[in-house]
Ligand binder design. Structure first.
Ligand SMILES: O=C(O)[C@H](CS(=O)(=O)O)OP(=O)(O)O
Ligand SMILES: [Mg+2]
Length: 245
């Protein structure tokens, strides 16, 4: 089994992808999915239209803040406290765009520090040839927090199973070692700086918590809404096993 890290999305993915967008999409996703159904889209327009067509709650951000008319922001701290009466459609700037680049993989999972143990175990259960940890990045550039998290997840996977490791796995693990803890890495990242400027330090604190959720968002289906993709997720830890009767 091969283990790879991509600092940004950008190739064909044959088997299992763990998409990593620590600040904040793939931290928010398991938090929502623990409580209700989850859809993700890169498009603000599609989020609004799909949300109103299906009577969903709309969550997300642009420039770190919830767009007008949204029920929730992308804040993991707020979402942890929320009680959802309906399913949620989430749109953020980087994670959903990165998602659009990995949907060809056999299995697409969303991972972060927050669901680290669960997502690595599910990835190992599903994979037959390769696990790719794909960092979402920020506005097309590499993001420290995603690479450090990829280092963390790859180290866990290496402890759990024999894997053939590609060079960038070592690179991500070296970056992981450069920080005393995940929170320090998050605080030094561009996304972290933006969120702290907005007074959202608690989001960094929540995003650096390790294995607080056993929810593993797995891409279940994709549909078009007004010309934009909308991705439906299920919890791989609750859905029936692949191939089960
Ligand atoms: O959740 C977010 O706020 C980020 C945008 S930023 O990096 O904080 O500006 O979106 P994401 O898609 O989760 O990277
Ligand atoms: Mg991000």
């Amino acid at each position: 089994m091969r283990l790879r890290v991509d600092l940004l999305p950008g190739r064909e993915y044959p088997d299992v992808v763990i998409l990593v967008d620590v600040l904040r999409a793939t931290t928010a996703a398991p938090i929502v999915l623990e409580k209700t159904g989850l859809f993700v889209t890169p498009s603000l327009r599609a989020a609004r239209a799909f949300g109103s067509a299906r009577s969903l709650l709309v969550a997300g951000e642009r420039d770190g803040l919830p767009p007008e008319g949204f029920n929730y922001s992308a804040s993991p701290d707020d979402l942890r406290r929320a009680r959802f009466e309906r399913d949620v459609v989430l749109t953020t700037e980087n994670g959903p765009r990165a998602l659009a680049q990995v949907v060809g993989a056999r299995h697409v999972l969303l991972g972060s520090f927050y669901n680290a143990r669960a997502v690595t175990e599910v990835a190992l259960r599903l994979a037959t040839e390769e696990i790719s940890l794909v960092c979402a990045g920020m506005r097309g550039e590499e993001a420290i927090e995603d690479i450090v998290c990829a280092g963390f997840l790859s180290r866990r996977i290496e402890k759990l199973a024999p894997v053939e490791v590609r060079e960038r796995v070592r690179l991500s693990q070296a970056l992981l070692r450069a920080y005393a803890d995940p929170l320090e890495a998050l605080a030094q990242s561009a996304s972290g700086a933006l969120l702290m400027k907005l007074g959202l330090f608690e989001d960094l604190a929540v995003a650096s918590l390790i294995s607080h959720s056993s929810a593993v968002p797995r891409l279940a289906s994709t549909e078009e809404h007004e010309g934009h993709p909308v991705y439906a997720f299920e919890d791989a830890n609750r859905a029936p096993a692949v191939g089960a009767p």
